[in-house]
Design a protein around this ligand. Structure first.
Ligand code: ADP
Ligand code: MG
Length: 570
């Protein structure tokens, strides 16, 4: 442990900028340890990375706030937000405070109680201690070190931030508890779904609409209509803190959401998409949850597909390509959606969410008249309406589908929900009645075939470019991975930039740890990754010096499937 950072910085004043690198290491500061993980090469290079470790004795959080992994994640989520606020915007300190979701983030971690002895590389990790990681723009005058300004930032502002944001005594204890309890309730609610035979739950009173397409905070004011569950779907669940809560349970099977345009169908589905994450208090979706293996599926023309068996949906293409072993550099809307669906099931998704707004129409429906006009022999596509039932019956994969434009799904839906002025009602009985009147449509398939598992070739997943590792998030749109850019715009459950970075890092880990070895299936490799992530993300985060969040296997698989260099064996 080094001491005397302030003196060192003063001595370095006026030296060439590169000398900042000599500060790498851990420095003792009043009340915390400042670890300079990586210096900054020049004034225009990415910010330096530092970590601030506050020992348990100084942080002084009561044990019940960090007694379980979920509570530690929640406390860390709260502290990351506080640290980001204390660091301010537009200044030299960059803390990833996160958005509405409470994720396991590199930016803040609280040391664990069990698994004692876990220590994070570089320091921190002891039970009850707090580590915050951030970027710092180190000040310079041209290409020379500004030692005084650096001293002000590293020796005054950073400890001040730790003092204000990372100590129990400086915080509002009621607010901290509420945050941690809220997350614990969401988590408990999500765990309650499977035993109840539900895929999702939306509490009465939940606020689903967001402020705008670009602002994920809740819509406020009298215009925001709180959620009310229809009687037929009402379920009550006991939670550790909120007690008994009532709301709409979405059962397993095929669920259809219908209703007029602009009546809130997509908003409900988007809330379910985000239901795999826990949300901060005040978000409106604290008690809106979906099972962790829920995946949104959509069309995405132009994407690459690598040896996916899409023959359930697509047969005899005009090109003569084998759709049981289908590859393309430029998928169509329908083939992209078919591949994404099969890939999701391959990676372990057990609930699929589909919105007509972003689905390929010809993959969803083919009505009686079109069947009469275009013979089956001339239509390569089998619509999802003929496969969704078998997907549940034979493979245990449920679907929640928004479809206001076609009544054909009434034939196969287990339950039908109608949105009317943002209020849902149960129209299952009426839909069944209507379904008894024959449309003249004939089913085009009777079973969804077993998924063909693929074995990714690790040599095709290269994170290195120009001799070094290159894994970098480009906002939430793309991931720079080695020489490639992975377009993740259609992977809609990605919550923020740090999550994209986490996905990239997990991809690298899959290869580096040998989980992808050319022999294991993708699903098997993801099982191993899950085990790594469960046994502590510390190692995962330590080698990666950027803000990142621990990802689900589903987004890791989605990114891998969109990597244009990917090659697989079968
Ligand atoms: P649909 O998919 O049925 O066409 P959307 O879900 O896109 O409708 O919603 C249409 C508009 O209504 C959006 O601007 C959305 O933010 C708003 N909205 C949705 N649900 C609510 C609600 N509960 N309260 C207020 N506004 C809502
Ligand atoms: Mg819509």
């Amino acid at each position: 442990m080094r001491t005397g950072l302030a003196e060192e910085l003063r001595r370095m004043d006026g030296a060439s900028y590169g000398r900042y690198k000599s500060l790498t290491g851990s420095w003792r500061m009043p009340g915390c340890t400042l670890e300079i993980v990586r210096g900054q090469a020049d004034p225009f290079a990415p910010p330096a990375r530092i970590a601030v470790h506050v020992p348990a004795g100084q942080a002084a959080f009561p044990g019940e706030l960090w007694s379980t992994p979920v509570r530690r994640r929640a406390l860390a989520g709260y502290l990351a937000r506080q640290a980001a606020r204390a660091a301010g915007r537009g200044g030299p300190l960059h803390v990833d405070g996160g958005g509405q979701e409470v994720l396991d983030r590199a930016s803040c971690r609280v040391g664990g109680g069990e698994g004692a002895g876990e220590r994070w590389p570089g320091g921190g990790g002891e039970p009850g201690s707090v580590t915050v990681r951030m970027g710092v723009e180190l000040p310079g005058r041209g290409r020379r070190i500004d030692g005084r300004a650096a001293e002000e930032i590293l020796c005054r502002r950073v400890p001040e931030m730790a003092e204000r944001a990372l100590r129990y005594g400086s915080l509002d204890p009621a607010e901290v508890s509420r945050f941690v309890d809220t997350v614990e309730d969401s988590d408990a609610l999500r765990r309650a779904l499977e035993p109840l035979g539900l895929v999702a739950f939306v509490a009465d009173g939940a606020v689903l609409p967001r402020r705008s397409g670009a602002d994920d905070r809740p819509l406020t004011g009298p215009g925001a209509v709180p959620f009310t569950s229809p009687d037929a779907f009402r379920v009550e669940v006991d939670l550790p803190h909120a007690g008994r809560v009532a709301g709409m349970g979405v059962p397993e099977g095929v669920t259809l959401i219908v209703g007029g345009g602009f009546h809130g169908k997509s908003t409900l589905l988007r809330a379910l998409e985000a239901g795999v994450w826990d949300h901060v208090p005040g978000d409106g979706r604290e008690l809106v949850v979906a099972r962790g293996d829920t995946v949104k599926i959509r069309a995405e023309d132009g994407r690459r597909i690598e040896r996916v068996d899409v023959h359930a949906f697509v047969s005899h293409l005009p090109s003569g390509a084998d759709t049981g072993d289908f590859s393309t550099d430029n998928a169509s809307g329908s083939t992209s959606q078919a591949a994404s669906l099969v890939e999701a099931v391959e990676a372990g998704a057990r609930t699929l969410l589909i919105d007509e707004d972003t689905a390929a129409t010809n993959l969803m429906i083919r009505d009686a008249r079109m069947q009469a006009l275009v013979a089956k022999e001339r239509e390569p596509l089998t619509p999802f309406v003929d496969l969704a039932r078998s997907l549940h019956r034979d493979h245990g994969v449920s679907t929640v589908l928004v479809m206001g434009g076609s009544g054909d799904y009434m034939d196969i839906a287990d339950q039908v929900l109608m949105m009317d002025s943002y209020r849902p009602s149960d129209v299952t009985a009426r839909a069944r009645e209507l379904a008894r009147v024959p449309t003249g449509r004939s089913p085009e398939a009777d079973a969804f075939p077993a998924v063909t598992h693929r074995r990714p070739d690790p040599g095709s997943v290269r994170s290195r470019a120009k001799g070094r590792s290159r894994v970098r998030a480009r906002g939430t749109d793309a991931l720079a991975f080695g020489e490639e850019q992975i377009d993740v715009r259609a992977v809609e459950q990605i919550p923020d930039r740090g999550y994209v970075a986490g996905v990239g890092f997990a991809l690298e880990l899959l290869v580096r740890r040998g989980h992808l070895d050319g022999k294991r299936t993708l699903a098997e490799a993801l099982d191993l990754l899950d085990r790594d992530l469960e046994s502590g993300a510390a190692e995962l985060l330590a080698v990666y010096d950027d803000d990142c969040a621990v990802p689900r296997r589903h987004e890791v698989a989605a990114a891998l499937n969109r990597l244009r260099s990917l090659r697989v064996h079968r």
